[in-house]
Design a protein around this ligand. Structure first.
Ligand code: FAD
Ligand code: SF4
Length: 464
């Protein structure tokens, strides 16, 4: 018998998390999976409030209460089918979405009782369904004679290829890296997302008929014009990769690192793709920035055996852009936080870093994004000693040189112009785009949304 008040008896319970003193010695994911019994109980906490704000706050508008209901009754395969109706990478979003800002933040139970553990249940559904041999059923798909090229195997490109394939369009995905995933593989550390999860997804996509042409940079190894002429339409999901600089003295010193190359060097080392690695072992490390990338650098440096890791951020904890869960995980793993301090110089020379000169900040009124603007406090300079510095200030767009000769226009800020006759259509009507390269650095789930939405518009453009 259904009990809509189950949340009064059963508390929110997250999957078991590996203790921080144990987990810092390897790169394994830190959350274990639910048992079927616990997943069912936690799903049963949903009170079916009738106003599923969670669905609206989820960027892909997952049918959350419906699949929670199926899991409550142990109907795993039905839940997996339903979960894939709105999301191309549910097991990945379940792991790395900032749920506190999205679905779970909007759950009616969040105030007072603790939100339903939506992300962990979403992850559980696909992980367990795959163990049982579940695969997407494409038996009713009618093949068209259309083919579309996707440039970029990140979440936007993968989601676009997924929807095209489910509608009988042949999708071929090009990527310059040797593995699919974009930042899922070469960016987000393995302790947040095990790379085998991405490889499992690759197998599913390949079995569906998606073709991957990897190790191939468009514009270098193959010309865009050749792809453009061969296919009926093209989708671009190439991300944003220009690291934002602090523009203060000392940034170019040898032991100052940009966040993404640092993280990628470690991932390649962990995956045994490369024997070389930028290591923070035995070093006093300062990480500059307060977003998810900074948290990933903090936690990677800790796992590499840093002597100390201090994260400096110019606002307070409340106004940090990153996921609260990742800040908590960083703290548990012994990262020190220095809030309300802004770096103004990195001190040192070609051989040695001495430290980071910082000034204190106070917070003024909120900006357009709702975050309070920092203002510098005069005569508040101090030096934070450091041997290594990692800069994680986010990313600016990185438009390809070949856009210009192909009538693909960008805005003044470098993001692609889209929403022509069709949504997600660039200024070249045969070319569509989405993900970070159109909205700026954002989230996996928003890139998935864009890829799926662009695919729907490509279908309209191709009159399918
Ligand atoms: P990308 O993932 O960047 O993929 C673009 C792909 O295009 C890449 O594979 C690239 O090789 C390929 N490409 C580019 N140019 C070419 C070319 N000329 N030829 C061939 N291939 C090309 N989001 C979350 O939701 N949760 C998180 O916890 C999270 N953590 C993050 C941690 C880090 C360190 C970073 C950097 C980002 C994180 N994000 C997180 C953000 C998220 O990863 C991105 O928003 C998302 O990956 C964007 O997807 P995309 O498909 O637009 O681009
Ligand atoms: Fe929540 Fe992200 Fe899953 Fe949507 S995709 S339900 S926001 S975890």
């Amino acid at each position: 018998m259904n009990n809509p008040m189950q949340f009064l008896e059963i508390e929110r319970e997250e999957p078991t998390v590996i203790e921080s003193k144990v987990r810092v010695y390897d790169y394994k994911e830190i959350y274990l999976n639910y048992s079927s019994d616990l997943a069912s109980k936690q799903a049963g906490r949903c009170l079916n409030c009738g106003n599923p704000y969670c669905e609206w706050k989820c960027p892909v508008h997952n049918y959350i209460p419906s699949w929670l209901d199926l899991i409550k009754d142990g109907k795993l395969i039905e839940a997996a089918e339903m979960s894939h109706k709105t999301n191309s990478l549910p097991e990945i979003c379940g792991r790395i979405c900032p749920q506190d800002r999205l679905c779970e933040g909007a759950c009616t139970l969040e105030d007072g009782f603790g939100a339903v553990t939506i992300g962990s249940i979403e992850k559980y559904i696909t992980d367990e369904a795959l163990k049982l041999g579940w695969k997407p059923d494409l038996s009713n798909v009618k093949q068209t004679n259309k083919k579309v090229a996707v440039i970029g195997a990140g979440p936007a490109g993968l989601a676009c290829a997924d929807i095209l394939t489910r509608n009988g369009v042949k999708a071929t995905v090009y990527d310059k890296y040797e593995r699919i995933g974009g930042l899922l593989t070469f960016g987000i550390p393995p302790f947040k997302l095990d790379k085998d999860i991405v490889e499992k997804r690759r197998k599913i996509f390949e079995e569906m008929g998606i073709k991957f042409i990897l190790n191939t940079e468009v514009g270098k190894d193959i010309q865009f014009k050749d792809i453009y002429n061969e296919y009926d339409a093209v989708f671009l999901g190439m991300g944003t990769y220009t690291a934002i600089e602090g523009k203060f003295p000392g940034e170019e010193l040898p032991h100052v690192y940009k966040a993404l190359p640092y993280l990628v060097s470690n991932i390649r080392h962990v995956l045994k793709i490369s024997s070389e690695v930028v290591s923070m072992k035995d070093q006093n490390v300062v990480v500059l920035g307060g977003g998810d990338t900074a948290m990933d650098c903090n936690r990677t440096a800790i796992r590499q055996g840093a002597k100390s890791v201090t994260c400096i951020y110019r606002r307070d904890e409340e106004n940090m852009p990153g996921s609260k869960k990742e800040v908590k995980n960083s703290k548990e793993e012994n990262v020190n936080f220095l809030f309300n301090y802004q770096p103004i110089e990195i001190l040192g020379n070609d051989k040695k870093i001495e430290g980071v000169k910082v000034v204190k900040t106070t917070l003024g009124p909120a900006d357009a994004l709702g975050r309070k603007k920092p203002a510098i406090v005069e005569n508040s300079e101090k030096i934070i000693p450091a041997d290594r510095v990692i800069i994680a200030f986010g990313f600016n767009p990185s438009p390809a040189k070949w856009f210009e000769g192909n009538s693909i226009n960008v805005k003044d800020n470098g993001l692609l112009k889209i929403n022509n006759e069709f949504e997600h259509q660039t200024t070249n009507s045969k070319v569509f785009a989405g993900g970070d390269m159109t909205r700026g650095s954002d989230l996996v789930v928003t890139a998935v949304f864009d890829g799926r939405a662009a695919a729907e518009n490509i279908l309209d453009y191709l009159e399918i």
